[in-house]
Ligand binder design. Structure first.
Ligand code: ADP
Length: 303
């Protein structure tokens, strides 16, 4: 048995050992992820995303303008704001999910561990692997539970010890005990909350560094929502999480940092553009916001 084969998938997933894949030419070289120190401060944490004066366009429509903020490792960052302010646009820009939209254009810079995500050398496949995404509506594939989790790993040639990898991902997604005796049944047979945890398992099975979540619980009932929130707290020591949420209480329950976006309306041209108003520790944003627009939103006076 080679040294590589003797590594367990769970060790690889935990980031304790390098995965035995061929490093893609443009793959950013990242340090091993260490467990976070408790507390929501950013002072001692490496910067994962350094977003500099980012503007996003869909054709001639400017959806976001002048977005500058840093997102730090092993924190949960909530993205809040009224409908249409660019929350989804923002989060999708962090893993190039908007690239396929006709007319999409991004100005400014998104640095990921110092690497220009939109630079000519960025490898989109590797970007999507390292920066995973979970969507509002759970979208399991019409395949078995096992194959759902193994799917991306197989596609990325991460096939060694696949059973271990699938089990570890399902354990991390707090789903293993509910499905371990029916791994061959369809992912479509799961409840909404289970299906969303399956999608989280599918995302983390390929060892991402970041998990983006676009309103991951908005289609779920309160109990399933609470499980997803618990899961986010459990995931925090291993991943950097960015979550879009409409739910103010959810933002206060799960996040360390909050970014509040709003919409600027130009009455002359009748155009609406999303803008980042304020970003900081969640407690400060909700209890002592610096901007009156944040205050009005978090107290429910606008929205
Ligand atoms: P939010 O998530 O805050 O509701 P979005 O990011 O979905 O906001 O939308 C921001 C703006 O971008 C809106 O004006 C919306 O109409 C526009 N937009 C979003 N997605 C697309 C798209 N695929 N094509 C064109 N315009 C879009």
């Amino acid at each position: 048995m080679t040294d590589q084969e003797s590594r367990t998938a769970s060790q690889i997933i935990r980031g304790e050992m390098p995965a035995g894949r061929v490093r893609l030419r443009t793959e950013p070289v990242l340090p091993v992820i260490r467990p976070a120190v408790n507390g929501g401060g950013t002072e001692t944490r490496p910067v994962v995303f350094d977003i500099r004066d980012m503007a996003v366009f869909y054709g001639s429509n400017r959806a976001l303008v002048g977005t500058t903020l840093k997102i730090h490792r092993n924190l949960v960052t909530a993205v809040i704001g009224p409908s249409g302010c660019g929350k989804s646009t923002f989060i999708r820009s962090l893993n190039r999910m908007n690239d396929s939209i006709p007319g999409f254009r991004l100005e400014g810079q998104v640095l990921y561990h110092g690497h220009d995500l939109y630079g000519s050398r960025a490898n989109r496949v590797e970007v999507r692997r390292r920066i995973g995404m979970v969507f509002q509506k759970p979208n399991p594939f019409p395949k078995s539970i096992y194959d759902n989790v193994a799917w991306a790993a197989r596609n990325l040639s991460m096939r060694a010890r696949l059973d271990d990898r699938v089990e570890e991902a399902l354990r991390q997604a707090a789903l293993w005990d509910e499905v371990k005796n029916r791994l061959k049944t369809s992912g479509l047979s799961l409840s909404g909350g289970q299906a969303q945890r399956l999608c989280i398992a599918r995302t983390i099975a390929v060892e991402p560094d970041v998990v983006l979540m676009d309103e991951p619980a908005s289609a779920l009932d309160p109990i399933a929502t609470s499980r997803i929130e618990d899961l986010m707290r459990e995931m925090r020591p291993r991943y950097t999480i960015v979550i879009v949420t409409h739910n103010m209480q959810q933002a206060t329950r799960v996040s360390d940092q909050t970014a509040f976006f709003s919409v600027l309306t130009d009455s002359k041209t009748d155009t609406r553009t999303g803008v980042l108003i304020e970003h900081g520790p969640t407690q400060q944003i909700f209890e002592d916001p610096h901007d009156p627009r944040t205050q009005a939103y978090v107290t429910g006076r606008i929205g």
